[in-house]
Design a protein around this ligand. Structure first.
Ligand code: HPA
Ligand code: ZN
Length: 330
């Protein structure tokens, strides 16, 4: 591992906590909750982690969520991620969770948020990792489902900083969520949306113009539109890029073809993130390392990407400045 990648403190801004459910923990929670998994072993499960597109991954990902039943399950899930985050020298993380993937199975919203919050709060105390939680709407469901869920999110605004949009992108453009995002903005939530992962540049444009997002998750396809790319760069709107996810979901044919250098050259505030590390074969440092090896990132580019992770975070500017000074002093 490149020493710099290991050594530098960093922020992670795009990580679905349900996507950090390692197969071993999935089996452990299934046993604890008396659930029979449709796989007989970890190896049989891992053999399914061979995806041709986003939907093939999502089908397995939602199935995996079924083992999460109790507050302790959510705690254990988040704690396992935090231990990996500590190893990778993450000092701040902004994590996603998908409330509807739990409430639709009859798991109360409180069970998920209380377990996650307690773990991240402990992580802050014991591991020194600060955090924000972002609740995502599943875009393949009707907007009305998001509107119905929203009061639960609002009730827990003391624990939830932002609202996001994820799941199956094509056929579910950001405009579908304009009303509920407008309400969330009025209520003071930060806003993000997955856009331009599989969907076209037009979806990135809609996320910016109609949802008025503060950050774009993935955003790769904005590169198809030069004018839009220049606007995003000028506005300093960040992209949370996920290299191993892009590889595993065939957003890029190989890591060598990953557009990260072109993103940086065009002045985009790009960051590196793990997305669903248990499913895509690596946590944040693996994403940095494999990308650096494939496209030949130099030390300066690695430093810029790590600086960007703080600049693009939702931390107060005074705290961002402290992190940047620390980076400067290493
Ligand atoms: N894209 C869209 N939805 C998701 C993803 C992703 O990469 N991971 C979990 N939900
Ligand atoms: Zn994602």
């Amino acid at each position: 591992m490149n020493n710099l990648i290991n050594k530098l403190p960093k922020a992670e801004l795009h990580m679905h906590v349900e996507g950090s459910l390692e197969p071993e923990l999935m089996f452990k929670l299934a046993k604890r909750n008396g659930i029979e998994l449709p796989y007989t072993s970890v190896d049989e499960l891992k053999a399914k982690y061979d995806f041709n597109n986003l939907q093939e991954f999502l089908d397995i990902y939602y199935q995996g969520c079924d083992v999460l039943r109790t507050e302790q399950d959510f705690y254990d899930l988040a704690w396992a991620y935090l231990e990996k985050a500590k190893q990778d020298n993450i000092v701040h993380t902004e994590i996603f969770f998908d409330p509807q993937s739990h409430t639709d199975r009859g798991i109360p919203f409180e069970t998920a948020i209380n377990g996650l919050y307690r773990a991240f709060d402990d992580g802050q105390q014991k591991l020194g990792i600060s955090f924000h939680i972002i609740a995502c709407f599943l875009r393949h469901l009707p907007e009305q489902d998001a509107i119905d869920l929203y009061p639960d999110i609002l009730k827990h605004q003391d624990k939830i900083l932002g609202i996001g949009l994820d799941s199956s992108e094509i056929g579910h453009p950001p405009e579908k969520y304009e009303r509920v995002f407008a309400q969330a903005r009025t209520d003071g939530f930060k806003l993000v949306a997955h856009a331009g992962e599989e969907g076209p540049a037009e979806y990135v444009k809609q996320a910016i113009d109609l949802l008025q997002v503060d950050r774009i998750d993935h955003g790769n396809r904005c590169l198809d539109d030069d004018i839009l790319t220049a606007q995003i760069a000028k506005a300093g709107l960040a992209l949370t890029v996920c290299p191993l996810s892009n590889l595993k979901l065939k957003v890029v044919p190989s890591l060598k073809d990953h557009p990260i250098k072109s993103m940086l050259k065009k002045g985009l505030l790009a960051t590196i993130n793990s997305d669903d590390p248990a499913y895509f074969g690596g946590y944040i440092n693996d994403n940095f390392q494999q990308l650096a090896d494939a496209v030949g990132l130099n030390d300066n580019e690695i430093i810029v990407l790590i600086e960007n992770s703080f600049k693009a975070s939702f931390l107060p500017q005074s705290i961002i400045d402290i992190h940047l000074e620390t980076l400067n002093s290493i």
